[in-house]
Design a protein around this ligand. Structure first.
Ligand SMILES: Cn1cc(CCO)c2c3c(c(-c4ccccc4Cl)cc21)C(=O)NC3=O
Length: 289
């Protein structure tokens, strides 16, 4: 095999942006296309081990989940000198965990995040898959320039705007880390972070898997509203699974509070689907209010 690695041939490593038991993530420039990517290097799992299954899981999931603006995009994956390497879209504004470590989200930011992640979940579920590890650390943020064309009805044309006012910087939230993705029909569940795990999954009840993602998103919202730190076990963990809301540092409207309560409902069937979340009045633009 070639003694210089494909990784160093194709990429210039800029900085280490993440390190964990999973491996290390680097911000890299691709020498060919000059674009920045997030590249995760993990030690190659032992053939036939559970780690190999999740490692391949992640790549299979990315391959099935093509391009969606609320799922982190996958470009390539390969194995070299005992490492697994995956090259993904680089989200330039950190993770949701980084963001809420500084301060809770505002109501408007929360509604945007909930809208984007529910859209991403609706897409993942529509492909017959479930994420199974939704949490702030796995939701990445991109600040993208979006063209905003203001249609000016009376003179029936687009009003002349100077170019930079047309390019609004908006935050886009994207679901990442597909390491726990599995199929809804014949699931092989690798439990995600227990702070976001619903009780039924712990009891190996996989009859409503998409609602496990909804529960985890509900707990994520609670955390973004300052309801953390989240319990990993014990009485507080069970209280949350009984649908009891913890005290929130951030004030929140009745509609959103009702929606979150439904999302963490003890019975999975009673939780709203991603499509129902998107139709909820808590997320409609507050026209006239
Ligand atoms: C720790 N960390 C920080 C970042 C940058 C956020 O501004 C990051 C990213 C990813 C990942 C990632 C997660 C799981 C699997 C593969 C990758 Cl590249 C991890 C990331 C990823 O897929 N895209 C990222 O931006």
């Amino acid at each position: 095999e070639s003694n210089i690695s494909r990784y160093h041939q194709e990429f210039l490593e800029l900085e280490l942006i993440g390190k964990g038991q999973f491996g290390s993530v680097y911000k890299c420039v691709n020498r060919l296309d000059g674009c920045v990517y997030a590249v995760k290097k993990s030690t190659k799992p032992v053939a036939g081990s559970a780690f190999e299954k999740t490692a391949l899981n992640e790549v299979y999931a990315h391959a099935v989940l093509g391009k969606h603006q609320h799922v982190v995009r996958y470009y390539s994956a390969w194995a070299e000198d005992n490492h697994m390497i995956i090259q993904n879209e680089y989200c330039n504004c950190g993770s949701l965990a980084d963001k809420i470590a500084k301060e809770p989200l505002s109501q408007q930011e929360l509604r945007t995040m909930l809208l984007h992640v529910a859209e991403g979940l609706r897409y993942i579920h529509s492909e017959g898959l479930v994420h199974m590890d939704i949490k702030p650390a796995n939701i990445f943020i991109s600040r993208e320039k979006k063209v905003r064309l203001n249609y000016d009805s009376h003179d029936d044309g687009f009003e002349e705007l100077d170019e930079n006012s047309m390019l609004e910087e908006e935050l886009t939230y994207k679901i990442g880390d597909l390491g726990h993705v599995t199929s809804i029909q014949n699931p092989q569940v690798e439990e995600g972070d227990c702070r976001y795990l619903p009780a039924e999954i712990l009891q190996d009840d996989y009859t409503h898997l998409p609602k496990a993602d909804v529960f985890a998103l509900g707990v994520t919202v609670i955390e973004c509203l300052g309801g953390g730190p989240l319990p990993k076990n014990g009485e507080a963990w069970h209280a949350l699974r009984r649908g009891e809301m913890p005290a929130l540092r951030q004030k929140v409207g009745r509609d959103l509070l009702e929606l979150v309560k439904q999302m963490i409902h003890p019975e999975p069937a009673k939780r709203p689907s991603p499509a129902q979340i998107l139709q909820n009045r808590a997320l409609s633009p507050d026209i006239g209010k």
